[in-house]
Every structure is written in C-alpha cells, then in structure tokens.
Design a protein around this ligand. Structure first.
Ligand code: 8YV
Length: 325
C-alpha cells in the first residue's frame, strides 16, 4: 500500500513522476484560502508532507494523526514547531548545502547593488534622467578592500566570506555562537563580539537562522553602533531585525544603506516606508531562487521524504531526537 504524500509546492515533472511511482500524491496547487481548505481535508490521510513557506503548527498538524515526515524545501525551519514534531516523532528534513552558493551569491548581489546604487541609478537611466556625466551626487561606495562583517558563520556565512576574501580582497570579521578556526585559517577571518563587529565592519551581513535567541537581534542599540558609512545586508530572516528601528536608522543617516532580501512580513507591504527610501535595495526573498538551485532543493526534499517514509534515516534530518533509536 503506497504511503499518502501531500505536496504544497509544485515540483518539476521528473520529480512528480518519481513521487507518483512511490506514493499516492495529493497536490495543493496554491496556498490561498481554498488551497488551505484542501490541505486541511487532505491532512487526515497524510503520511508525508513536502513544501515550503507555510507555518505548520500544532493546530494544523493535529489534523494529521498518521503523519510520519515533513520535507521542507528550505534550509530555514523557523516556520515549524520542532518540539511538537519531535514529541510526535514526526521527522522534519530540510535542504542545506544545495542552496549555499546561490544564497551567498544573492548576498553579494545585494552588497554590490547597494554599495554602487545600481537599482537607484539604473532606474534613473530608465526614467530618461541621465542628462550629463555622473558626478559626486551619484557616486556609490567601493566594495573591494572594505571590511566584510558576517553575523552567523554557518555554510552561507562561510560562502560569503569566501567571496569577500578571494573575490574582493576584503578583510573578513565575523560573529558566531563560537569561534570557527577553520574559517579563520581559510579566509584570514577574525572573530569579533557583536558590538565590535557592528562598530568596525563596512558591510554588516546577517546570515544566521531565525530562532528565539536571534529574533530582534539587530535593534535600535545595535544599529546605533554602526558607522554612518556602513551598509546593512540581510539574507537571513526579516524578524532577526527590528524593521521599524532599521527604517529610523536609515532615515536618520545612522547607516548609509541597506540591502534586504527578507522582511518581518512577506510579501513586503507596498506601502512599507522601506520602499520610500532610495538607499534601500529590496528583493522578494530570492536567496535560493534560481532554476538550478530550486530544482536541486526539491530533489533533495523528495530524497529526504522517500527515505523517511521507507523507514530509513533521511540525510538532512533536522529534529534528530525524533529518530527512533
Ligand atoms: C526560500 C529560504 O524561502 O531555504 C530557505 O530557508 O529562505 C529560501 O531558500 C525557501 O527555500 C522557500 O522555497
């Protein structure tokens, strides 16, 4: 008897075919109100779930008494109640590694776009306002040789350090749970306390997960430590930052600019004050959003789910305590 799998994210035809071979598949086409109703109707028979960007809490998962595994098409797992899942012995898997390089590329895209005012000046050209040679009023800031500060030295932080060190000759400083000797050796990176990093870095990049510990990590006090010429980059989660404090700091010129791929609430409200600021580059959570990487993530999630449903330990198990001993 095939296990019942509920998908709330569309997969490519090859991956759909692979799943259909191994499981009875229900696809939730979209996560609008109707889609969520369909999901609720499907949960009572579900053994496996696969998708992303949906808060799967106890209220929803209590509807799934036979659920064995959830395969998230993401590296971040802040939208899951991990203690609840572990208590119920529901395996949660994610897709690290396959998205590391692409997400670090996004981080550097924001560093360059924000420092060199690419979006603002490209829009000026598009609006037909390029009337004479560019002068100081339109100058940006150099990236090469500037100090790259990385908060959260995991896989993505390391990939960002690699780009800064080898690609742009940037001295790398970092703050993390604990010192990372291998990173220090590879990239000549130096550990700093959070206040020291905020005071010393020219580019301050958030690459850490959203947890109870990191929520609101960057607030008014932390922003006040940054220098007026510093640039703030967030490719982690929006709620790691007090967004109202960031807006205030940008408006007051406490920092030069911000490159943001994530926000407290997504999609970002079109009326957000962030979008009224020329020194903000805002992208719609495109961290891992390339054809190649999203396919690799989905493939990884399918591998994880099929392994879990077959009673095998999946490669990317998040809540290891849920694994039967
Ligand atoms: C996407 C991400 O939001 O992996 C994550 O944690 O934030 C991004 O890759 C996610 O993969 C949704 O598809």
């Amino acid at each position: 008897m095939k296990k019942q799998v509920v998908l709330y994210k569309k997969l490519s035809p090859p991956l759909m075919a692979r799943l259909h071979e191994q499981a009875q598949v229900t696809l939730i086409e979209s996560l609008d109100a109707q889609g969520l109703d369909t999901l609720r109707e499907a949960l009572p028979r579900a053994h496996g779930l696969l998708g992303a960007s949906l808060k799967l809490d106890a209220e929803l998962l209590d509807l799934a008494p036979d659920l064995e595994a959830i395969a998230s098409v993401s590296v971040g797992v802040d939208n899951y109640d991990i203690d609840y899942l572990t208590e119920r012995r529901i395996l949660l898997t994610n897709t690290p590694d396959v998205l590391t390089e692409t997400t670090a590329d996004t981080g550097f895209a924001l560093i360059l776009a924000t420092a060199r005012r690419v979006v603002e000046l490209a829009n000026m050209v598009r609006a037909g306002q390029w009337q004479r040679n560019i002068g100081p009023a339109h100058f940006g800031s150099d990236v090469h040789g500037k100090t790259l500060g990385i908060i959260g030295m995991g896989r993505i932080g390391e990939a960002l350090a690699q780009r800064g060190h080898f690609g742009f000759g940037m001295p790398v400083i970092y703050h993390s749970h604990s010192p990372k000797p291998a990173v220090e050796q590879r990239f000549n990176a130096q550990y700093r306390s959070l206040p020291e990093l905020l005071q010393q870095a020219d580019f301050i990049c958030l690459t850490l997960p959203l947890t109870a510990e990191t929520e609101g990590l960057i607030g008014t006090e932390e922003l006040a430590l940054m220098r007026p010429e510093s640039i703030f980059i967030n490719i982690s989660r929006g709620k790691v930052v007090d967004e109202a404090a960031l807006i205030q700091a940008l408006r007051a010129g406490q920092i030069r600019a911000a490159g943001l791929d994530v926000f407290e609430h997504e999609p970002l409200n079109p009326d957000s004050p962030l979008l009224q600021l020329n020194n903000v580059v805002a992208t719609p959570h495109i961290g891992s959003a390339t054809h190649e990487t999203r396919e690799a993530m989905a493939r990884c999630a399918v591998d994880n789910l099929l392994a879990a449903l077959a009673g095998e330990r999946p490669a990317n198990l998040v809540n290891v305590l849920a694994w039967k001993v």
